[in-house]
Structures are given as structure tokens and as C-alpha cells.
Design a protein around this ligand. Structure first.
Ligand SMILES: [Fe+2]
Length: 259
């Protein structure tokens, strides 16, 4: 499996606190079936503490440590970028990072607010050849109330990433319900862990989430959310994913916009 959203780099944000945390998280992810993980520290924390460019160096260093410890998990650089008015510009100047230096960019929306410029910024990024991936939309208040907001974004060419824990109740029954609704509506194409800790509800692992998604949309689609689609993202290839549909009906399929 390919996990495109994780906070495994040590001491850069609210994720892993030490190399020991990072190694423990990697071992758990491996045991759960992950082969590749994208390191996506919060952009805000990176900019306060260090330079965006340093993320690539930190990923190389952590990969070396894993190799010396016999941890066979492939690491890839990325960033969790809060949607701001100038985000498209920040990708151009290199202070906002895409996934593995490719076309896909993980974008976090404010949990409680949806500024007027949100869809404009997504569109600007797409004009630059980027494909925004909306991180954990099930936890965003406006989308939770009205999933048609996410549907407009996905219809416009964005992708969305659900957090595995949301589907198994790690963020409460309300978020679980919203997550299920988004999966059934084919409004999310990728599953990731967004792991922050080696233990507790934010520990690594996708398999329990995949199992839950399989109950809703079948094993083929659930598998694609954790393997085929995130693999295409990591490898910077076009994504083939179901189009949003009315809940519980059979989806059509589409190719994502490519560069
Ligand atoms: Fe995150």
C-alpha cells in the first residue's frame, strides 16, 4: 500500500517527536502492509522552523537511518499545504512542496472556515498543471454539512483523501458517518493514514480503513484507494478513478487531468 499523508519526519511538526517515534511508526506501517510513505509535514511548521528545501534532506536522512535499521519502507518527500490565497505562487517559488516533486499537491482546508477564494486557488493551481488533493475532507465542517462543496471541487479536477481512522471511528461517530457518505458518493479517491503518533488513534495503518471501505464500495474500489491511485500519485502518473455519483449507485470512471 501507498500512504500519501503522514507526519513521520521527527521534530518538525506535531507528528513524530523523535527518531524512535519515526522508526516505531514505520515498523507499524510496514506490518500493516505499507511499502511507500509520503512525508507530509505541515507547511506552516516547516516555514517557522526551517526551509521547505530542508524537507528533502530530512527525508534522505530518515531513509538512511531506516536502511541501517533494516526498515524496508520507501520514503518520499511532500508537504501538507494549508490553502492560502497565494498557495499557487508558493509552489512556483519552491516554498510549498508537491508530492515527490510531481503534479499532485496535498492541500489542507481550514477545519471550520471555507474562504471565498478556496475554489479560485484550486483552479489557479490546476492552471499550473497541478492536481490538488484535498486532505481529510470528512473533517472539514462546511463539507461535512454539505458534501456538494467537495463534489464541485472533484468535478473540477481535484482529488480527495480520506483518513483511514475516520472510517473506523477514530474521530468520533459523526466524522465516521460523513466519511462513509463521502466514500459511498465516490467523492474520495485516496485513503491515507495522516499518522502523527506510533500509538493511539493517530497511529499508522490503512488496512482497517480499507476493510471498512470495502463494505461500502467493494474490495476493488477500496483496494484502488490504498494501492493503485496513491501509487499513481507517488509516481506522478494520471489517476483513473470513479466519478462522483449518487450515493450507493454504480460509478462511471474517468482519467484525471494530466500535465
Ligand atoms: Fe496531516
Amino acid at each position: 500500500m501507498f500512504d500519501i499523508h503522514s507526519h513521520v519526519l521527527p521534530s518538525v511538526d506535531d507528528g513524530a517527536k523523535s527518531y524512535n517515534d519515526s522508526m516505531a511508526m514505520a515498523r507499524l506501517a510496514l506490518a500493516d502492509g505499507a511499502t511507500t510513505m509520503v512525508m507530509t509535514p505541515h507547511r506552516k511548521d516547516i516555514l517557522e522552523e526551517t526551509e521547505a528545501r530542508a524537507v528533502n534532506r530530512m527525508v534522505v536522512e530518515l531513509q538512511r537511518l531506516f536502511e541501517s535499521e533494516g526498515i524496508a519502507l520507501k520514503l518520499v518527500p511532500g508537504m501538507e499545504n494549508r490553502l492560502e490565497l497565494d498557495l499557487a505562487e508558493r509552489v512556483k517559488d519552491g516554498s510549498a512542496l508537491t508530492i515527490n516533486k510531481g503534479r499532485y499537491i496535498l492541500v489542507e482546508l481550514d477545519f471550520h472556515d471555507m474562504p471565498m477564494y478556496t475554489e479560485h486557488v484550486l483552479y489557479q493551481m490546476q492552471l499550473q498543471g497541478l492536481v490538488p488533493i484535498i486532505a481529510h475532507p470528512e473533517r472539514q465542517m462546511n463539507i461535512a454539512k454539505d458534501p456538494s462543496i467537495l463534489r464541485r471541487m472533484v468535478d473540477g479536477g481535484a482529488l480527495a483523501q480520506i483518513t483511514a481512522g475516520s472510517l473506523i471511528g477514530a474521530f468520533g461517530p459523526q466524522t465516521k458517518k460523513v466519511a462513509e457518505r463521502l466514500v459511498e458518493g465516490r467523492l474520495v479517491q485516496i485513503m491515507a493514514s495522516d499518522t502523527h503518533r506510533p500509538d493511539g488513534p493517530r497511529s499508522p495503518g490503512l488496512s482497517a480503513g480499507v476493510e471498512q471501505a470495502a463494505r461500502l464500495v467493494g474490495m476493488d474500489e477500496a483496494h484502488a484507494m490504498a494501492v493503485d491511485t496513491p501509487q499513481a500519485v507517488v509516481e506522478d502518473k494520471p489517476v483513473f478513478s470513479p466519478l462522483p455519483t449518487e450515493e450507493k449507485s454504480r460509478p462511471w470512471w474517468r482519467f484525471s487531468r494530466s500535465r
